[in-house]
Design a protein around this ligand. Structure first.
Ligand SMILES: N[C@@H](CCC(=O)N[C@@H](CS)C(=O)NCC(=O)O)C(=O)O
Length: 234
């Protein structure tokens, strides 16, 4: 089994385990514990980025040598292309779902996730700073856009089928909210809330989250977001 996927508890690497489960591909799973909330030495030893996820493919069918990647988007694109026969990633042949797919795929880690991270940092530095309110406004604007998109499709981000855009955004809408609580409005964000329920019922997602966080884990799919217990200790 050449593919090894490294997960660090309560982190963006849940996406990669879920991706592998949706694709039904073989992989070796390695779990890493946060130290106490940051990446442990075992993650830093794998890649200079020192962040999760990390993927090792040894030997890679592309290079015939060991490939190590540490960036969610890069790992996702590599796995889909090299081990997934291009599944879950629309192409120009798929017509209208292609530009929609591209926009929402990149929105997930290029806009929404950085906004939540900025909010987390701003609140930690000074919860009363005007920067917190401004960043929260930005988050709400992005969530309104997302809700409107999900009202349009009634299913997934690119259209009627799950794509890696959904796999990329789901962490920010769920696990990330345990680091940076953002409540969803039951009226204004009703399509997001319906989407969270729909996606969280997928067997591959449920299996991945059990692998990553254990049998008792409950994803943050409701309107109220609360800090994970590990954050309360910081
Ligand atoms: N842009 C990277 C970000 C990776 C990242 O920051 N991962 C976090 C976990 S959610 C991490 O490893 N944090 C621990 C640390 O920075 O020490 C990606 O999408 O993979």
């Amino acid at each position: 089994m050449p593919l090894t996927l490294h997960h660090m508890g309560f982190s963006q690497s849940e996406r990669i385990i879920w991706l592998a489960e949706e694709l039904g591909i073989d992989y070796k799973y390695v779990s890493h514990k946060r130290d106490p909330i940051f990446a442990p030495q075992s993650i830093k030893d794998l890649h200079p980025a020192g962040t999760a996820p990390v993927m090792e493919d040894d030997p890679s069918p592309v290079t015939d040598a060991r490939v190590v990647l540490a960036e969610s988007g890069a790992i996702t694109d590599y796995i889909v292309a090299v081990h997934g026969n291009g599944r879950l990633a629309p192409t120009p042949k798929d017509g209208a779902s292609y530009p929609n797919f591209l926009e929402w795929y990149h929105f997930a880690n290029g806009s929404l996730q950085p906004t939540f991270l900025r909010l987390l940092m701003a609140r930690s530095a000074d919860p009363s700073s005007p920067f917190v309110a401004r960043t929260l406004d930005k988050a709400m604007n992005q969530l309104d856009m997302l809700d409107a998109r999900l009202a349009q499709t009634g299913a997934y981000l690119a259209g009627k089928e799950l794509t890696v855009a959904d796999i990329m955004i789901f962490f920010t809408l769920t696990t990330m909210r345990g680091f940076c609580p953002v409540d969803f409005d039951t009226e204004k964000h009703k399509h997001i809330l319906a989407y969270l329920k729909r996606v969280s019922e997928r067997p591959a997602y449920q299996k991945a989250m059990k692998i990553c966080e254990g049998d008792d884990f409950k994803p943050l799919i409701g309107p109220k977001a609360e800090l994970w217990p590990l954050m309360k200790k910081v």
